[in-house]
Design a protein around this ligand. Structure first.
Ligand code: SF4
Length: 215
C-alpha cells in the first residue's frame, strides 16, 4: 500500500515550494555580480522542494541559458545517463548550479563557456545557500571545483577529494565528484569510458547514503 504523506509533511513541502518560488523570482532580478549582463536569464535550480539530495554543478551552459533550466544541454544528458547507470532517480533530486548566469565569450556565432571566478562564485552563493536552507537535503553533491568551492567555502582539489564525503560546519554531508562536462571534453573513447565508470561509481555512493533516491 502506498503511504500518503501526513498533513504536516504536506504543509512543510508546500511551504518550501512557495519559498523556493519566491527566491527564484528574486534571483531573476539579481545584480550581485556582473554576470547578469552576459546571460539571457537567471537559471535557478529545479526539482522537488522536499528532495533528499541536492546536486550542484558549475553554471548554466548555452542550452540552459536559452531554456532557463539547469542541466538540459549536453552535460545534462551525460548526467542523466550517469544517474541512470548509478540507479538513481533524477525526478527526486534537486539539481542546481553554484552560479546562476552563463559566463561566456562570443566567438563568431558561438558562445564559449568561461569559468566563473572566485568573486562571482562567492557572490552567487547567496542564492545557493537559500536553496540549501529551504530544501534542507540529507546530502549535497558537489560536481566539480566551482560547486565544491561554493558549498565548502574554500577551494579544494577535486582529484584528491572526489568520492569522499566532507562535512560542512552545519554537519551537512557533501559528496565531491567531477562535473559531467569534464567527460564531454575527453576525445578518446577509452578514457571517456573509464572516467564515466568512475563518475557512476561516485554517484552510486549517493544511493548508499540516501537509499530513498534509488530506482
Ligand atoms: S551570477 Fe549569480 S550573483 Fe551573479 S548576477 Fe547572476 S544570479 Fe546574481
Amino acid at each position: 500500500m502506498v503511504q500518503k504523506p501526513s498533513a504536516a509533511v504536506t504543509t512543510l513541502t508546500s511551504n518550501a515550494e512557495t519559498a523556493l518560488r519566491e527566491v527564484a523570482k528574486e534571483a531573476a532580478h539579481c545584480r550581485r555580480c556582473p554576470l547578469y549582463k552576459l546571460g539571457t536569464q537567471t537559471v535557478f535550480g529545479a526539482g522537488p522542494a522536499d528532495a533528499s539530495v541536492m546536486i550542484v554543478g558549475e553554471q548554466p551552459g548555452d542550452v540552459e541559458d536559452r531554456q532557463g533550466l539547469p542541466f538540459v544541454g549536453p552535460a545534462g544528458r551525460m548526467l542523466d545517463h550517469a544517474l541512470e547507470s548509478a540507479g538513481l532517480r533524477r525526478d527526486c533530486l534537486y539539481v542546481t548550479n553554484a552560479v546562476k548566469h552563463f559566463k561566456h565569450v562570443v566567438t563568431g556565432k558561438r558562445r564559449l563557456h568561461q569559468k566563473p571566478n572566485a568573486y562571482e562564485i562567492d557572490r552567487c552563493k547567496w542564492w545557493l545557500d537559500q536553496e540549501l536552507d529551504i530544501i534542507d537535503p540529507e546530502l549535497a553533491v558537489a560536481m566539480g571545483a566551482t560547486a565544491a568551492r561554493s558549498l565548502i567555502g574554500k577551494p579544494i582539489k577535486i582529484g584528491t577529494a572526489r568520492g569522499n564525503v566532507l562535512h560542512l560546519p552545519s554537519g551537512r554531508p557533501v559528496l565531491v565528484t567531477i562535473h559531467p562536462s569534464a567527460l564531454l571534453r575527453l576525445r578518446d573513447s577509452e578514457s571517456r569510458a573509464v572516467e564515466f565508470a568512475r563518475f557512476v561509481a561516485d554517484l552510486r555512493r549517493v544511493g548508499e547514503i540516501v537509499p530513498s533516491v534509488r530506482t
